[in-house]
Design a protein around this ligand. Structure first.
Ligand code: BGC
Length: 556
């Protein structure tokens, strides 16, 4: 028995199902690093359109596009100059239309990232605010305040930005503005009706162009209680334990905004979908996923879990129980553009001292040893677990190639504010954003005709699509097989754990489809039935360590 044996077939088909997103496989594209059609070293929309066949063959239901709006790239495009346009290096509005058409033609939906918490500092509104007086209507779209201290030269509060450094920046006339992220990302004031109205225009603008859904960036940050005096940073509640009392994370009023959006989404047929990126306690997540709100919310619990049976079982059980209790749809994520790739996380020591690879992000010499083969082997097993779970699966470009994080990017090429703002103390998130390798040759391994905007390491050659498409045991082929099988197997949300040994994760879905993963150190027997997929070859008919399998009842 070798890995990747698949049964069944079933091409992607875009149905009229209004609830398609509840069981979808969604593939995240980071546009600048997917495919470069015009040879400038930067991926673009026409590049993505040229690779729609690849996405079709992978079998995904939807593509989620990270921001492609005009941007100075202070934060990888999450600093948006104009929400209703396309960055010229990435294309034009016509290119968006072409991409929508090309995806829809092969049955794939398009979800786009929207960034409502902040604009960039180059946005027309922010320029207007700077040119206008303190207290003006233009400033009220953002959060401007006077400073503290006798001459106002100290920030209004000691709040820190998520990228490090103060969350307030002073402007020439002495006022300060709030930015929870980089200084180039001023926060909008969502109690301002102009802000709310304009964002609804943005949502309609894209929905009218045929975009099927929205990924809502920092969805838990829009509503803020900015009454003074501000709570000192040391007295702020832990945002992950918040009960709605934090001044800027996860406040209850944020759901009024999403109720308005839901109303708008439901005017379309089918209703537009939305998924919240909300880093909140799991008990507060269902409110974002409510049918009266965005409908779905990311669950990052698998992404945060170590390769450890108890951690993984907990992450799965908690979310399944919660979904059963609330009716909220399930979502699963192993990797995205903000985190160390899971093949790398799983290849690091799992001794509890390493916070899901975060330590590996430090460039201060503490880099722990990475076992690349082990990490990739576990990543293959992990995706069989992920794709066997009820709900929707969010995949990040390149994970289907088993890519590792590129951990040794030279400091001078780093673009991420996490790296630049920390003075190089952190490597930041560029290591998971290196352009994809498509072929064995060329200046950017088929990504385009020019050297890529982030350099590709030598080991990308063997990980390339061309190499993997030709190898039936490759990770790419495993993903294709698993996504195709899942389409035929997983048509309900039921799942039951099987009693088994502590190091084994084993569950069954309706119709008798079983997924089993061996996280122990010795091979284990494979349950009775027909094996449809394994993440690595069996060993004397046993399931080896760090391996997963899918089994269906004999004769089915
Ligand atoms: C996005 C990040 C971005 C941040 C600020 C996030 O959660 O995923 O990539 O840096 O929002 O917009």
């Amino acid at each position: 028995m070798t890995g990747n044996v698949a049964t069944g077939s079933g091409d992607a088909m875009m149905t009229d199902d209004a609830q398609w997103w509840r069981r979808a496989v969604v593939y995240q594209v980071y546009p600048r690093s997917f495919a470069d059609s015009n040879g400038d070293g930067i991926g673009d929309l026409a590049g993505i359109t040229s690779r729609v066949g690849y996405l079709r063959d992978l079998g995904v239901d939807a593509v989620w596009l990270s921001p492609f709006y005009p941007s100075a790239l202070a934060d990888g495009g999450y600093d948006v100059d104009d929400h209703r346009d396309v960055d010229r290096t990435l294309g034009t509005l016509d290119d968006v239309d072409d991409l929508v058409t090309a995806l829809h033609d092969v049955g794939i939906r398009l979800v786009i990232d929207v960034v409502p918490n902040h604009t960039s500092d180059r946005h027309a509104w922010f320029r207007e605010a700077l040119a206008d007086q303190p207290g003006s209507a233009a400033r009220e779209r953002y959060v401007f305040r006077d400073g503290t201290g006798a001459d106002g030269s100290r920030p209004p509060s000691d709040w820190q930005s998520l990228f490090g450094g103060p969350a307030w920046t002073r402007v020439p006339d002495g006022q300060w503005y709030l930015h929870l992220f980089a200084p180039q990302q001023p926060d909008l004031d969502w109690s301002n009706h102009e802000v709310r109205d304009d964002f609804r225009r943005t949502l309609r603008f894209w929905a009218d162009r045929g975009v099927d859904g929205f990924r809502v960036d920092v969805a838990h940050g829009l509503a803020k209680d900015l009454t003074e005096p501000f709570t000192p940073a040391s007295d702020l509640p832990d945002p992950m334990l918040a009960d709605g009392s934090h001044p800027y994370w996860d406040r209850d009023e944020v759901h009024d905004i999403y109720a308005e959006w839901r109303h708008l989404f439901n005017e379309y047929d089918p209703p537009r979908s939305a998924v919240a990126e909300a880093s909140v306690h799991h008990t507060r997540r269902p409110r974002y996923a409510s049918p009266d709100g965005l409908g779905q919310a990311f669950n990052f619990d698998l992404l945060a879990a170590r390769w450890d049976p108890d951690d993984l079982r907990d992450a799965i059980s908690t979310n399944v129980a919660q979904s059963t209790a609330t009716g909220a749809s399930l979502t699963w994520v192993l990797s995205n553009h903000d985190s160390v790739r899971h093949a790398t996380r799983y290849g690091l020591p799992q001794d509890g001292d390493h916070d899901v690879g975060q330590e590996w992000l430090l460039s201060n010499g503490t880099t722990p040893a990475l076992d690349r083969d082990l990490g990739r082997r576990r990543a293959r097993a992990a995706v069989l677990l992920l794709l066997a779970l009820p709900g929707s699966a969010y995949l990040y470009q390149g994970e289907e190639l088993g890519l590792h994080e590129v951990g040794d990017l030279p400091r001078h090429v780093l673009q991420d504010p996490l790296a630049t703002q920390s003075g190089g103390a952190q490597k930041g998130r560029d290591g998971c954003r290196v352009p994809l390798p498509w072929t064995r040759e060329g200046p950017s391994l088929g990504f385009g005709d020019a050297p890529p905007h982030l350099p590709q390491p030598d080991w990308f050659v063997d990980a390339s699509v061309a190499v993997q498409a030709a190898d039936p045991h490759s990770t790419l082929r495993l993903y294709r097989d698993a996504i195709r099988c899942r389409r035929t197997l997983g048509d309900t949300d039921e799942m039951q754990w099987h009693d088994s040994t502590p190091d084994v994760l084993h569950f069954v879905r309706s119709g008798g489809w079983q997924a089993i993963a061996n996280l122990g150190s010795t091979p284990i027997p494979v349950p009775d039935g027909t094996i449809v997929l394994t993440s690595a070859p069996l060993l004397d008919s046993l399931l080896p360590p760090d391996t997963a399998a899918w089994i269906i009842p004999n004769g089915s």
